[in-house]
Design a protein. Sequence first.
Length: 102
Amino acid sequence: MKILVTCAHGTSTGPIMKNKVELVLQEFEIPFEKIDYCAIVKAKDIAEQYDVIFCATSFASLFKNAAAMGTVVIGMRNILSLEEIRLRLQNAGLAPNTTGMD
């Protein structure tokens, strides 16, 4: 699975978000090939190369073409929340629906 994490500029929040997504994937033991991050401007051009895209909910509609091609677009309200990453992965059917995780 190839994952893209994108934020407004891709310089400070992007790397932090990438690390948090990677942490949750490892927590759920979800295999992935790579996780990249970049600014939203670049992400729009490369989105279809990825299986999953994490972004702020306000940017999710920018990826409707990628979504139409099968990319899972995960819009988040709090892009740095581990709990929301867990929940969004579960809602997308990419992670087991478990309880009691901290």
